[in-house]
Design a protein around this ligand. Sequence first.
Ligand code: ZN
Length: 487
Amino acid sequence: MTILPASTARRFFALLSALCLYGACAAANVDYFTDNGYGNPLSTMQHPAAEHFNGVTYVAYSGPHEDPYVAAYVHATGQWLGPVQAGVNPMGKSPDQIDPGELDNHGRPALVVDRQGYIHLVFGGHGGDPGLGQNKFGTPGKGRFIHVVSAKPGDISAWKTLDNVSPFGTYSQWVKLANGDLYLFYRHGSHRSDWVYQKSTDHGRTFAPQVSVLKHKVSADKLTVHDTWYAWFENGRDDTISASYVYHPCANPGHNAHRNNTYYMRMDCRDGSWTNVQGERLALPVTKEAADRLTLIQATGKEKSNHGTCHVDAEGRPHIFFRFPHGEVRYFRWDGKAWLPPTKVADARGGGHDGDFLIDSPLRVRMLLDKNEAGVGSVGWWNTADGGRTWTRGPDLITLPDTGFETTALVRNAHPDARMLVAGKNANQEHLYHRMYLIGDRGPLSRPAAEASQLGDRLELIKALPKGSPKRDAKRKKRAGLANDEP
Ligand code: ZN
């Protein structure tokens, strides 16, 4: 039995009676659960953004002021709760911004539910403000990495801050083992910083010090290049953690958007050791030289690559996708002896493909990807039954005109009705608020319109701001390209 908070119940009954006054006793439903996703409200990089636990799917995203917001869907009753603001992002700006270039977006939340049912978020950081002190693992950035936890298990209504992780992080990624141990992976600073993790064996109440996994340093080849990484961490088979990553040859000084190559390695959580896919031991932190020698999947040369997601099959063998130019998604698989030649799953010229996938068996994989065809956005399945040699398009879970979708990693422990949290962006609008959808095998999980309406008078206030400039209009159009991972 789930008890609705009084305020939600009041809103619900107020809506119901309002509708009945007009003779329409069936509540008008909309397919989004809120309209207050803000900026780039989510990404596959901060993950998971959602988890299904004890019959409830909890979701987290950036709302007004780039603050973290949480909502919950109760599967047994079909009711939505929230969204509720769970903290304050130190990089947030007031009043509402209308120029997307003014938002940092790196402070998006990642969410995990511990074994006791408390919900945890880490958000607010882009490497940490220089005023926070010395960053031992990298360069300073902006904001502050903040960890909050729900005051009660399974209850999103109240939150408290736990000052127990490094303030210098960005790109928060939670991995939860079957025994309840939590690993928080993140980049320890701005773009020139190590990737590290901190481990908790007490449900996130305390964390061991940082362990550096991937090393940043001036390149051994060129003083004008700095070795850095973009990495993605996730459970492997049993008590292992997979890392898939790309190299970022950062300009020194300065920064550029270049990334290339594809890499894989894994951690044995029983002793904290790391090996490559063949099982050879790696010394930590892994340098560019060691990565090239031991963990490289493919050298892509001048062709840019970007991280996707990684999962292992029942044999413990990794399957990975990486993203390439023109929205091309390529699938990589280790068959026990070698990395099979990557295959193209799909491309979306200018559309920006991203998403995540499920492994049904070593040869059967289903990918849930966004797509944009002539302005019509969708998120749908791509399937292979022959180990990735060929891919065919499956059903879409959502399709909307004039909309570009942004995806997250799949909901952890997902219910089939709630597989992925996505944001729908309309490139023609004069503001940065976006509708948020929780989609599954039955499509988006709908909600009464009045409950999903969370903006109050914000759009009226935005209309009162000075009118658009050519620069801003150009940026707004560019935003439809869904570029997410800044430095
Ligand atoms: Zn850089």
